[in-house]
Structure formats: structure tokens, C-alpha cells
Design a protein around this ligand. Structure first.
Ligand code: PLP
Length: 446
């Protein structure tokens, strides 16, 4: 409506006058105003309707304006809007029960946080206190959050400005398409990447190592699936040396990868799982650390030195209970797995065949990446590490003009729609990407 567009215009002006945005040179920004949203669709400041292939920042797993989640938040607000973390609260208790039910049998407790970064901070703190050791290993080409320790755990260009002595060692990940180990196939990649990690742990001191933290499927850094055997190998390495295995499911969890948690594709049991985002579709901020009984036992008689005013906030917890219940009732996780396999996978494969600029397509569930290259043979990325070439921005702008909002990171487009997106919507979205990828093809010609 005209009123909504006018309100959006004012929001934009005030944003530019007063709002400071994440990770950005402030004067370079032209943020898209969102004036409305429903299901897998959003409306921009001019009233244009866009298919949201980003799930915002990969968190609206149940889509926008899910009536059951909205109803639960309203009901909780009227009943008891907030309560201090030291009290017991039915919404929080039920959220913890539902979350642990989805995880391995020996994961029975949840420490709630405000988001993903603080979940990882607390997971590492717990691992350090549990083992009495300090070093933590995390992967390059990863993202674990923007706070002090979490950004140091992160292995992407955003870490570098805040690099600090946080007790973190980085290792090269298993990433078959861009193998650091000259691997010819996935089996070789798994074996060589594991040997590398095993060597680093030995050289840095296994007896000094508290934890290894890994995204089950790295998200922002490229949605590259671990080769078969890799995560099992990391699990064995941790078992051998009494190292805590922390699996970061902040982006990959809650159905994103077509299972409740992405690590469930790989048959491993983590000691700690961190989560946020999809736990309640991001309707109210919430993250958490789900820990196994051994970690819990460390803090059974000894105080855990950590806490948050809003740990397990009732509004967020009620939203989580409703989101998880709705995902179950409506088969959203199954929908993600099936449509990933039957619609997204084959269509992206065809798109790779058609476009010289598409080097790799990969993913599972509603969690996919298109990697753009200058040359399919050499696999030279369309943008060098940490850069976004102009053509990527043009491509996203053209997709928007055609009614689709994709996620962009360096030389990649990510397709991460809500889990209840339909086949027809996905086909529309991928057809638009197919058309706009001609721009990338043109940019590498000649
Ligand atoms: N871990 C992963 C895998 C993420 O993708 C993110 C956010 O994108 C985080 C941690 C940080 O979460 P938050 O931004 O809620 O602190």
C-alpha cells in the first residue's frame, strides 16, 4: 500500500541518519527496506515482491509470519513476557526438552544464549573448564560469530581485523572442490585433511587441546559438505585425546540441511552442539549450548562461571516450542530433504552444465551453493578471497529486479530458502538465477 511504502521511505531515511550496520563501511550502504513478508516472500521498500532465497540470514526456517509461532509469542507475551534466568519457566523448560529430544541420547541439558556467537563462546568455556586445557582448534573457511572469542574461532576474512591471542589454532578444512591437499577425490580429501588435523594437534600438543569446533556443514564460508568419513575421523581424534568435539549447528541445524541437525547425515555424536537461528526461525533472538552428560557432570557440583540476563527468555522459548512443533506437524524437515534432492539438486546441476561461469554446485536440503569461476578447468574463483566482484552485485541486483533475493558471499550465491518453500517457488527462483547467470558468463568471456 502507499502508506506502507511511505513508512518504508521514512525508515530508510532514519536508518541512514541513525543506524550503524554490521561489518560495513557505513557511508557505502544502501540497505534494502523490507516493508512486509509472508512465507517465503518479502516486499521491498517499493512494494516489489521477492522470493527470499536467503531466509534473511539463514534463519526463517519456518518462513515469515508463521501463524503458529506468532500465536505462541502473543500468548506468552500476555501470560508472562519475561522472567529472570534463575527462575524456572514452562516455555524455557519445554524448549529445552524438545531440543534435547532431537539430539543424541546423552545430550540432555541446554544452556540458552542470545544467539550463535555467545553459544560458541560458552561452549568453548565449558570445554576448557571440563578438560583443564586451553587450546581450541577451528577451521579456516568457517564462521562462528562476531564476539571476541567467536570471531577468533572464525576462519574468514572478518576475523583478521580482530585477530587476538584467544588460544585458537586454525586448520585447513576438508573442501574437496578446492582441495588444499591435492586430493583427487573425496576419499583422498577426507584422509589427507584428517592427517593434517591430526598432525597439527600433535604438533600443538594434544594434551593442551580442549576442543575442536567445526560447523557440521560450513555455511557462510561456502556450504561445502564434508567428504564421507571426515567427521567420523575428527570424532575419533577427539576420543583418542580426550578433546571435546563442538559441532556448530547455528546455521546448519533445525532442518536446514534436511535433517534436524546436519551432523546427523554423518553418523557422529558431538559432545556439544551449539545452535541459534532456526531454533525459533529467528522470530525472537535465541541461541544455546546443548551438552552431553559428561560436560554437564563437570558443572554438577562446581559452579559454571557464566550467565546471561536473557538466558532462555520466555518469548524466545515459546517461539522455539512453536517453531519446532510446527516443523514437525508440517513435515518441513522432510520437505527440505525431498525438494533438495528432487528439485534443487537436479536444476542446479543443469545450470552448471549450461553456464561456463558455474564451477560447482553443491548442497543438501534447503542449503545450497553455486560457486562462480573464471575458468571451469582451473577453478579460478570469479573473485579472489575476501573480495566481491562488481558482477556479483550486478547479478544480485538483476535477480531482485526479476523477483528473487539470493544470498551472496565472495564468488558464491547461496540458496537457503525457508524449509516449507514449495517446488513451484524453487523452480521460479532457480529459473531467475539461471537467467541472471548470463551476466557472470559475459564477464568471463574474452
Ligand atoms: N555460527 C555459525 C555457523 C553461523 O552461521 C553464525 C551466524 O551466521 C554464528 C555462529 C553466529 O551467530 P550470531 O550471529 O547469532 O551470533
Amino acid at each position: 500500500s502507499a502508506a506502507a511504502i511511505e513508512a518504508g521511505r521514512r525508515a530508510y531515511e532514519l536508518d541512514r541518519s541513525h543506524v550503524f550496520h554490521s561489518w560495513s563501511a557505513q557511508e557505502s550502504l544502501t540497505p534494502m527496506t523490507v516493508i512486509d513478508a509472508e512465507g517465503s516472500w518479502i516486499w521491498d521498500g517499493e512494494g516489489n515482491k521477492l522470493l527470499d532465497l536467503t531466509s534473511q540470514l539463514v534463519f526463517t526456517n519456518a518462513g515469515h509470519k508463521h501463524p503458529k509461532i506468532i500465536e505462541a509469542i502473543k500468548a506468552q507475551a500476555e501470560k508472562l513476557c519475561t522472567v529472570a534466568p534463575q527462575h524456572a519457566n514452562d516455555a524455557r523448560s519445554e524448549a529445552a526438552r524438545l531440543i534435547t529430544e532431537l539430539l543424541p541420547d546423552d545430550i540432555n541439558h541446554v544452556f540458552f544464549t542470545n544467539g550463535g556467537a555467545d553459544a560458541n563462546e560458552h561452549a568453548v568455556r565449558m570445554a576448557r573448564l571440563h578438560t583443564g586445557r586451553r587450546k581450541v582448534f577451528s577451521a579456516y573457511r568457517s564462521y562462528h560469530g562476531g564476539t571476541h572469542l567467536a570471531v577468533n574461532l572464525t576462519g574468514d576474512p572478518r576475523r583478521i581485523a580482530s585477530d587476538d591471542d584467544a588460544g585458537v589454532e586454525h586448520f585447513l578444512p576438508a573442501y574437496t572442490y578446492r582441495s588444499y591437499f591435492n586430493a583427487a577425490d573425496e576419499a583422498q580429501e577426507a584422509e589427507r585433511a584428517l592427517n593434517h588435523l591430526r598432525d597439527l594437534v600433535m604438533l600443538e600438543g594434544a594434551g593442551q587441546t580442549a576442543a575442536i569446533i567445526l560447523e557440521a556443514i560450513p555455511g557462510t564460508a561456502g556450504i561445502y559438505l564434508p567428504p564421507p568419513g571426515y567427521l567420523q575421523g575428527v570424532r575419533e581424534l577427539c576420543d583418542e585425546h580426550g578433546i571435546v568435539l563442538i559441532i556448530d549447528e547455528v546455521m546448519s541445524g533445525f532442518g536446514r540441511a534436511g535433517k534436524w541437525f546436519a551432523h546427523q547425515h554423518y553418523g557422529i555424536e558431538p559432545d556439544i552442539v551449539t545452535f541459534a537461528k532456526g531454533v525459533n526461525s529467528g522470530y525472537v533472538p535465541m541461541g544455546g549450548v546443548a551438552m552431553d552428560d559428561a560436560i554437564y557432570a563437570t558443572f554438577a557440583e562446581r559452579a559454571y562461571p557464566g550467565g546471561l540476563t536473557y538466558s532462555g527468555h520466555p518469548l524466545a522459548a515459546a517461539a522455539a516450542v512453536a517453531a519446532i512443533s510446527a516443523m514437525r506437524e508440517e513435515g518441513m524437515v522432510e520437505n527440505a530433504l525431498t525438494l533438495g534432492e528432487e528439485v534443487i539438486g537436479p536444476r542446479l546441476a543443469a545450470l552448471k552444465d549450461r553456464h561456463p561461469s558455474v564451477g560447482d554446485v553443491r548442497g543438501v536440503g534447503m542449503f545450497w551453493a553455486i560457486e562462480l569461476v573464471k575458468d571451469k578447468e582451473t577453478r579460478e574463483p570469479l573473485a579472489s578471497y575476501g573480495q566481491t566482484p562488481a558482477v556479483m552485485s550486478e547479478l544480485v541486483a538483476e535477480a531482485r529486479r526479476r523477483g528473487v533475493l539470493p544470498f551472496m558471499n565472495m564468488n558464491r550465491l547461496h540458496i537457503c530458502p525457508p524449509l516449507n518453500t514449495t517446488a513451484e517457488e524453487l523452480i521460479f527462483g532457480i529459473d531467475v538465477l539461471d537467467a541472471v547467470l548470463d551476466l557472470a558468463d559475459e564477464s568471463i568471456r574474452g
